[in-house]
Design a protein around this ligand. Structure first.
Ligand code: CA
Length: 317
């Protein structure tokens, strides 16, 4: 029997509490996530902040607290602030900068309770403490954000992240950690220059089999290249994947087979209610997807429903 697919809590239990807050991570742990995700950006004083964007304004009150600290492009960059400043910010549900409204109106309201940012080390300690308290083995799934931006600012984010992971006991393939990045040059560097023995996942933007840059006839070659340095791939769900069109499943089935033949795991992102047509059920959709494609895990904003999907596949005859 192959291992059941792993549930990766995307930015924590982000459907229920503001993304990348410690509260959202604790909730994900309680809801049965197998792994919890951390997106990582450096502060001015080299602390590793858990936040999705290199900017602050879509998920914090930075514009109110530090007016005028934006760059010419209007953005407030994490890297322009020290941790002593960042920790003063209130964190909230993601806002759309165009409309000033919550991106997901049905989720936790931005004007609700107060939350804060935290650092990678804070979160690793929380997860390890919860594991100890509950007798669980929930893993971590850190993502190095925009390494080329960091390099342009004279920083080496990967080196910092590897050092903090190492200090918390995440060192090799047996440890409960997948390190992910969209940048293939950086991920290769992590393997070949820093000699990291962690499990590495190559994230893929766009659709591996639909985008011009990845000619479907080259899919096998792409997978082979990734297998030289990584342990898995993270391909995105496309809008048409929710149509339950048989052809879309065929693409996923062939990609998963190619990856498995090269020893790579497949962890697609991101399963959420909001992507489904009105009236669809996320558990039914996810369970069908898992059963038909044979992927090894998946990112979801709803770790409770993710765990329910895995259970429903397991319990089916
Ligand atoms: Ca991410």
């Amino acid at each position: 029997m192959p291992d059941p697919p792993i549930v990766i809590a995307h930015r924590g239990a982000s459907a229920y509490l503001p993304e990348h807050t410690l509260e959202a991570k604790a909730l994900a742990h309680a809801m049965g996530a197998d792994f919890i995700e951390q997106d990582l950006v450096l502060s001015r004083d080299d602390e590793i902040v858990v936040i999705h964007d290199i900017y602050l304004e879509t998920v914090t009150n930075v514009a109110n607290l530090f007016p005028g600290r934006n760059r010419e492009d209007g953005h407030y960059y994490v890297i322009d602030f020290d941790w002593a400043e960042l920790r003063q910010l209130d964190a909230h549900q993601r806002m759309d900068p165009e409309t000033g409204r919550a991106v997901y109106p049905d989720r936790h309201p931005p004007e609700g309770a107060t939350f804060h940012l935290h650092r990678l080390g804070d979160e690793l300690e929380l997860i390890q403490e919860l594991n100890r308290a509950k007798g669980k083995r929930v893993g971590v799934y850190p993502e190095i954000k925009n390494p080329s931006f960091h390099r342009g600012e004279g920083r080496d984010i990967s080196k910092r992240v590897l050092s903090v992971l190492n200090a918390h006991g995440y060192k090799d393939k047996n440890d409960l950690c997948y390190l992910q990045c969209f940048d293939p040059v950086e991920l290769k560097r992590i393997r070949t220059e820093y000699h990291s023995r962690l499990k590495l996942v190559q994230l893929i933007s766009g659709n591996l089999w639909r985008e011009a840059e990845f000619d479907p006839s080259n899919l096998g070659k792409t997978v082979l290249q990734i297998a030289q340095y990584a342990d898995g791939i993270g391909p995105p769900l496309g809008p048409s994947d929710t149509s339950e069109d048989e052809d879309d499943y065929l693409h996923w089935i062939s990609l998963t087979k190619l990856a498995h033949d090269r020893g790579l795991v497949v962890h697609p992102y991101t399963f959420k209610k909001e992507m489904l047509p009105e009236g669809s059920n996320l558990v039914t959709f996810t369970a069908n997807f898992l059963k038909r494609t044979g992927v090894d895990g998946f990112f979801t904003d709803f770790p409770d429903l993710g765990a329910e999907s895995v259970r429903s596949v397991r319990d089916q005859p």
